[in-house]
Design a protein around this ligand. Structure first.
Ligand code: FEO
Ligand code: CA
Ligand code: CA
Length: 629
């Protein structure tokens, strides 16, 4: 887990806040901190209730450790589009080989590995549409017959082909969803597909490489985690833990260190692809860490890296709309002690879909969040020439500010968060929610201690924060509180009990509001912690439904062994929900053993000699009703 923020920025607002300064100086006296009242129950600050949400109508399920997707009585699940299924490019639909013997070229025409964010884009209402799915990373023990022994250029190419994003067409026929193949919309984006660059870093010196001297055409997208849908019909996909693909020289530069580029790489692509060696290609990492915009409705469109939204280990990006029609894009970066961002477009959203808004996300203002101890917060503008973001501080121009968004945020005193993952916007109440999945390093020796927004030392359980902007979504100040501190009241350690109303859970990751205003919360407890220690009683990773008015969490789904549950999207009628099961059978702390690929899970095929596969799961109510009622 990346942990690269050694900036001293908290001192800026610690010192300006006498109450907080006292608490931090008190050290062991943290119990005196007013925000720790939140541990005893819902903090209720500020007093107003954020909106209204409808009742949860299903009977919650018990924690499960079964190698199966478990849902409440009255609901059914169906597996769709697992890793390796051909996406449906006409004349190029190589069948899945259950022994992982598909070639790199075949993999580039099939569903990638490790499904994550997903969106349904209607072609014909709730009957036929496109599913746009991120493929976050690869487990090379599972991806290749024989795993990484030996490690070859062909395996690197296959690993790259299993990354990226897929677009498939699906339709509902006789009560079951199926892939439409071939489809003129079927597409794969991989770690080698062409991407355009928009915004202030387009053509910037820091983006130029030998292969792309203009700095305007990047090969590929990496570690695509969560995604959001724009009002103009495109998908925004986050490039998350891209640092792990690169290997630096013996002494990484300060810029590389700040971005977590280290001497060890999980992927070992650099051994056969020099692009991932920063000694020969120093600017290549600057071309990753962006939000990429994909237009699934135009199969010939070139996706664009939107640099105005800032560079980060982006979990994903989610769009709100101001009353006068401008786009506000919220994003965070899932790394310990990193930040939450928002971008406000200069121009209004235009009618006319993707083409009419082709440059909307290239011009606007980027901000980073500071959460203060009094329940208020401020968006700090990352604008070149303003405040400390000047040439003499190392920011030559707007392009350098967005490429070095972390360093700029350090200077401004942004709040170091406990791994910001997904965001979700309640369009009725206008509150914005963000999961902070966990941070076991909070309060450790030499690391930042608890603060108001991240109130627990050794935060193994995670929490969900929310805020209401002053005025409109473009507001520069806001009020915030916690929806919930996750945990299990049966735990002994006070910081691991949480204040959950309803079913206990840990490590909130994916969140999304459905059309009724129910907040769906998905969990990602790491394989090393799953079903042991402080999460021993919580079962496999799961999905809960939350009534954000009462705060009640009710467990709706439990995933197979070793998976995380991620991604949530609905047909417009609310009667089909699609989610993703990622990395079933994940090996605790390592890659899968190629000799025993189904050691922990054989979901979903459960075939002797088979292997676990990430897949999309379709959830329907047996009576055809709305999901969650
Ligand atoms: Fe890819 Fe932060 O989950
Ligand atoms: Ca995630
Ligand atoms: Ca996660």
């Amino acid at each position: 887990m990346e942990d690269s923020n050694r900036s001293s920025n908290p001192s800026i607002h610690d010192i300006s806040d006498p109450a907080r300064r006292t608490v931090l100086r008190a050290g062991a006296g943290l119990a005196a901190a007013p925000w720790l009242a939140a541990l005893a129950g819902c903090s209720g600050r500020p007093a107003e209730r954020p909106g209204t949400a409808p009742k949860l109508g299903f009977k919650g399920i018990a924690p499960s450790t079964a190698d199966a997707v478990v849902v409440p009585a009255g609901y059914s699940v169906q597996v769709l589009a697992p890793w390796g299924e051909p996406v449906g490019v006409a004349g190029a639909m190589p069948a899945w080989a259950g022994d992982a013997s598909n070639s790199a070229a075949e993999q580039a025409l099939q569903m990638g590995m490790h499904h994550d964010g997903i969106h349904y884009v209607p072609l014909d209402g709730s009957r036929r549409g496109l599913l746009v799915t991120n493929h976050e990373y690869t487990d090379d023990g599972l991806l290749h017959a024989g795993g990484m022994q030996p490690w070859t250029p062909e395996k690197v190419a296959k690993s790259q082909a299993a990354h990226g994003v897929s677009v498939i067409e699906v339709e509902l026929k006789d009560g079951r969803w199926q892939m439409v193949r071939p489809s003129r919309h079927a597409r794969r984006f991989t770690a080698n597909s062409p991407f355009a660059v928009g915004g202030p870093a387009a053509g910037h010196a820091l983006m130029k490489t030998a292969a792309d001297p203009a700095g305007r055409r990047v090969a590929g997208t990496l570690n695509n985690c969560a995604s959001g849908l724009t009002p103009w019909g495109t998908v925004l996909s986050g490039e998350e833990n891209w640092a792990g693909y690169f290997i630096p020289g013996e002494t990484p530069t300060a810029h590389e260190r700040r971005w977590g580029i280290r001497r060890n790489t999980w992927y070992r692509w650099n051994e056969f692809d020099a692009r991932f060696d920063t000694v020969s290609h120093p600017n290549e990492p600057n071309r990753f860490g962006w939000i990429v915009e994909i237009d699934p409705l135009d199969p010939d469109s070139l996706p664009v890296k939107r640099t105005a939204l800032g560079r980060a280990a982006h979990e994903g990006a989610w769009v709100a709309v101001t009353r006068d029609g401008r786009a506000v894009v919220y994003s965070g970066e899932d790394a310990r002690f990193e930040y939450i961002y928002k971008f406000v477009s200069r121009d209004r959203i235009q009618p006319g879909g993707a083409r009419a808004n082709a440059e909307l996300l290239d011009r606007g203002t980027l901000y980073v969040a500071r959460f203060d101890a009094d329940g208020r917060g401020r968006w700090l503008p990352l604008v070149h020439g303003q405040g400390l973001l000047t040439s003499d501080r190392g920011f030559a121009d707007p392009g350098e500010v967005v490429v070095k968004a972390r360093q700029a945020s350090d200077l401004l005193g942004a709040t170091k968060m406990d791994r910001p993952e997904w965001l979700a916007i309640d369009t009725t109440s206008r509150w914005v929610y963000c999961t902070l999945t966990n941070n076991s390093a909070r309060g450790a020796e030499g690391q930042p201690g608890p603060d108001a927004a991240n109130p627990r030392a050794r935060n193994t359980m995670g929490h969900i924060i929310r805020w209401l902007e002053d005025g409109d979504f473009d507001g520069e100040t806001f009020a915030w509180n916690h929806l919930v501190l996750a945990g299990d009241p049966a735990n002994e350690r006070p910081e691991a009990k949480g204040n959950v109303v309803g079913d206990a859970f840990a490590a909130p990751d994916g969140i999304a509001f459905d059309g009724r205003g129910v907040l769906w919360v998905q969990t990602d407890v790491g394989a090393r912690e799953l079903n042991r220690g402080e999460t021993a009683r919580l079962g496999n990773n799961q999905m809960l439904a939350c009534d954000v008015v009462t705060g009640e969490m009710r467990r709706f789904l439990s995933g197979p062994v070793g998976c995380e549950i991620t991604g949530a999207t609905w047909t417009p009628d609310g009667r089909t929900m699609f989610i993703n099961v990622q990395h079933p059978g994940e090996s605790p702390g390592d890659r899968s053993d190629p000799d025993v690929p189904a050691k922990y899970s054989s979901w979903p095929d459960h075939r002797p000699g088979g292997r676990p596969r990430s897949a999309t799961v379709v959830i329907r109510k047996d009576d055809g009703g709305l999901i969650g009622t």
